[in-house]
Design a binder for this molecule. Structure first.
Ligand code: ADP
Ligand code: ZN
Ligand code: ZN
Length: 809
């Protein structure tokens, strides 16, 4: 038997399967999708089995052996292997890199493999084997140790795994998450417990609460975390109870399920509105028929899209298939997860980048072991290793976080569509502000367009007021708050209603400039301005992390008038405190949310009324649903309009529409105030009227005029190296290769210096291709990669190809 293996050497030359013989003792474990170790030249490499056959491709020569199989169950399915091959062609990345992107980081990194006893391993099964006896007694043993102590039996291990006596598991050291696994068990019961409660001194209030809880739930254990959250206690009463011998605090090994200890309520289905029914009919039809279908669900915020998704998922499960629900990282809030858990209970796995590596691995294993049927997750959850995907939902399909900005530079929407075609399943893309690309395809009939123009319960969309900040200046108001916004904030404070203030952070440069000579602080490694951070008076580069202490004098002219410019969230916070003494502001930005769990904590504080204002950047713009918010203010709407990005108007429109959707979602009506210096810009005009179709028409005209997507498609090729002549030479060699081979209608721009010409001391040049019809493009680019690699054996120029790029810097 022969395994065809794609090895982990991510260059073009090795981007194909190589044949290896499968030695007899490994046969039980080798399947398509297995991760293996194989010899490659003088090295040993990891690789993926993409085919198992008895026909060697490379007829001649003696084949070398597969040396190891790394997992009991292949981490990839045959479908995902084919997907990897497609991605490799589509995105010009090595096949192996595409496959690596589909599995949890734990499997790639250094982690220890353990042998574990299963229920089948009993004394009879252990028989004569010293190894089995050892595992049986200890329940688990590091594989390396087992092989060292029982070398004669090492070869038998794969067979035992295949027959189910042993299983293997990767263990990651992950102290943070394990620490939270301590549980408290009460050692008293009945009368003992009652008299213990009576014997407590009056001031031991916290201890009393704990014991009373145990009295009410006899025989039950609670995690320390649950007790602290539910009873609002500190750790010390638990310690005191332990010292008295009344409770035991134990480390319990459970799945590192970050949501396990919460209680989920609700989950009842509403009766659908007519527009929900109208959307569910065709979606449900395709699901029932088990046929491919792609839908764009265009519905205003609050129109009930999420209920449609939930119902579609339910019908998919009823049809015996599995569902993937994708959300942008940023809106994968506990609230969202709760809604799913309430509906589908333990059938749901959650994949979130805020999880620790170990937690992610555990969630992913639930999918692989068929313990769940629904996956909720960000971009990479589109690779969930289900066997029978029936539905993929992409919520907020316009979000740029669905595009991965490192190799493989895939778009989750395209991957979802590929999987749906492959499996005869359904894709539902939903948004209040669809991307132009998607809407244009829906308009042309490639996707079925489903419109939900009304909010549930006919709640009115919030009133939108546009404030021209130029008028404010003329009226001598130099504050960052217009008179109207100032008034309304005061009004909401008086009524004790909540508000959200939004700072369009993109483009808000809090850079440091000398007011005497105009000198700005710049990164010494990258050609961009440093960003000022108030907390520790430093200026930091957002690309490479280079940080300096804010200088007291200008390095250029020695002037003392060097200070930071621009409006950051911290500055707004300070201004609010000055204007409205006592106002409670919860600030959410990169600084306050970098710690794990901080994001969630801040939102919880706001939700439970511990703040009047939620102040933040993009991260508060979407997905959040707060009943008591009746005012949304956008401090400066147009900052993102001036970025060198052909999507600037689209992103501004999306942001304003999304932010507006935050107000008046419930019984209370809401106001939205948009402050801007360009109130006449069409993205702002149409956003204030919640008018997507008009925005779409106007923006499409712009795109046609300037030659951008969806009229043209783009490929961005970027080169970088420490020396300018070297990088220019490489860029020209590729451009010279491509130019004569491209279609006549295709435009090749460059090579030119990139908009950010230097990052981390590497100089950057780029080539941009704009094309309408270029059927052989993938082949051509693959050849270009060969040409590039051939000329770049020593030079270490980096080349990246970005197909349908989102970031043009
Ligand atoms: P969207 O995802 O479009 O923003 P949601 O699905 O979150 O909208 O619905 C908005 C609100 O309306 C939610 O609070 C939801 O529970 C409620 N809702 C949705 N559909 C119905 C319905 N058919 N009947 C009553 N309430 C509904
Ligand atoms: Zn100066
Ligand atoms: Zn830098």
């Amino acid at each position: 038997m022969i395994a065809r293996v794609v090895v982990d050497v991510p260059v073009n030359r090795t981007n194909r399967p190589f044949d290896y013989r499968i030695p007899p003792w490994l046969r039980p474990l080798v399947q398509v999708g297995s991760r293996v170790v194989v010899p490659f030249g003088p090295r040993k490499l990891q690789g993926y089995v993409v085919d198992v056959t008895d026909q060697p491709e490379e007829g001649t020569g003696r084949l070398r052996d597969v040396e190891q199989v790394l997992d009991d169950t292949p981490p990839l399915t045959p479908e995902l292997i084919r997907l990897g091959e497609w991605m490799s062609r589509q995105y010009l990345c090595p096949w192996v890199t595409a496959m690596q992107a589909m599995i949890p980081a734990v499997l790639k990194g250094r982690s220890e493999k353990w042998l574990k006893a299963t229920d089948l391993l009993d004394e009879t099964a252990c028989g004569q084997s010293a190894l089995l006896w050892d595992v049986y007694r200890k329940r688990q043993l590091p594989l390396a140790e087992a092989e060292k102590r029982f070398p004669d039996e090492a070869m038998l291990v794969p067979g035992w795994i295949a027959s189910g006596l042993l299983e293997t598991d990767y263990q990651v050291r992950d102290r943070i998450t394990r620490k939270q696994q301590s549980f408290v068990r009460c050692l008293l019961e009945g009368a003992e417990l009652t008299s213990a409660i009576d014997s407590l001194p009056k001031r031991a209030e916290q201890m009393r609460r704990v014991l009373e809880l145990f009295a009410a739930h006899e025989g039950q254990s609670f995690s320390v975390q649950t007790l602290r959250e539910e009873l609002g206690i500190t750790r010390s009463p638990l310690k005191s109870l332990e010292q008295r011998g009344w409770v035991a605090i134990e480390q319990v090994e459970v799945y590192r399920d970050p949501y396990a200890q919460r209680r989920f309520a609700g989950g009842e289905k509403p009766s659908f509105t007519p527009q929900q029914e109208a959307a569910l009919k065709p979606i449900g039809g395709q699901i029932a028929a088990g046929e491919y279908g792609a839908f764009l669900l265009h519905g205003v915020t609050g129109s009930g899209k999420t209920e449609v998704y939930l119902e579609a998922i339910e019908r998919t499960l009823a049809a015996g298939r599995e569902a993937i629900f994708l959300v942008p990282e940023i809106s994968l809030t506990p609230q969202m997860v709760e809604r799913f858990k309430a509906r589908f209970g333990a059938d749901v796995a959650v994949l979130h980048s805020a999880l620790s590596q170990g937690e992610r691995y555990d969630e992913w294993r639930k999918i692989l072991r068929r313990e769940v049927k629904v996956v909720v997750g960000a971009r990479s959850a589109v690779f969930a290793p289900f066997q029978n995907v029936g539905l993929i939902v992409i919520d907020e399909e316009h979000e740029s976080s669905y595009k991965q900005e490192e190799t493989p530079r895939y778009h989750a929407r395209e991957v979802a569509l590929w999987r749906a075609r492959e499996n005869n399943s359904v894709v539902v893309m939903g948004s209040a502000t669809p991307s132009l690309e998607t809407y244009a395809l829906a308009a042309r009939g490639r996707y079925t367009l489903l419109e939900m123009p009304e909010r549930v319960g006919s709640r009115p969309l919030p009133r939108v007021h546009v404030v021209d900040m130029r008028e404010e200046l003329r009226a001598m108001n130099r504050s960052m708050f217009s008179r109207l916004l100032y008034e309304m904030i005061g009004d909401r404070l008086a009524k004790q209603e909540q508000m959200v203030l939004f700072l369009n952070r993109r483009g808000f440069s809090t850079f440091v400039m000398c007011r005497t000579c105009g000198y700005t602080l710049r990164c010494v490694h990258c050609d961009i301005s440093l960003t000022y951070h108030k907390t520790n008076h430093t200026a930091r580069c957002h690309y490479c992390g280079y940080t300096i202490v804010q200088p007291a004098r200008c390095p250029e002219c020695q002037s003392e008038h060097i200070r930071f410019f621009g409006t950051g969230t911290q500055k707004v916070e300070a201004e609010l405190a000055r204007l409205f003494p006592g106002i409670r502001v919860i600030r959410m930005d990169v600084d306050t949310t970098s710690r794990k769990g901080a994001h969630e904590e801040l939102l919880h504080k706001f939700r439970t009324g511990q703040g009047d204002v939620l102040l933040g950047t993009q991260m508060i713009a979407k997905g959040l649903d707060f009943p008591r918010v009746t005012l949304v203010g956008v401090i400066a709407a147009d900052t993102s309009l001036h970025l060198p990005d052909f999507r600037a108007a689209e992103k501004t429109f999306q942001l304003l529409t999304q932010v507006g959707g935050r107000a008046g979602r419930h019984e209370l009506e809401g106001d939205v105030i948009i402050q801007t210096y360009t109130p006449e810009h069409y993205s702002i005009v149409h956003a204030t009227r919640h008018d997507y179709p008009s925005f779409y028409r106007e923006e499409m005209m712009q795109r046609r005029r300037t030659g951008y997507p969806p009229y043209y498609r783009l490929v961005l090729i970027t080169f970088s190296h420490e020396e300018v002549p070297v990088v220019i030479r490489a860029a020209h060699s590729v451009a010279d290769f491509l130019r004569p081979r491209l279609a006549e209608t295709t435009i090749l721009l460059g090579p030119v210096a990139s908009p950010i010409p230097r990052i981390k001391d590497r100089f950057r040049f780029q080539i941009m291709l704009k094309y309408r019809d270029e059927p052989r493009l993938s082949d051509l680019l693959a050849q270009a990669v060969d040409v590039f690699e051939e000329g770049n054996k020593q030079q270490k120029v980096l080349m990246t190809i970005d197909v349908d790029p989102h970031v043009l810097l």
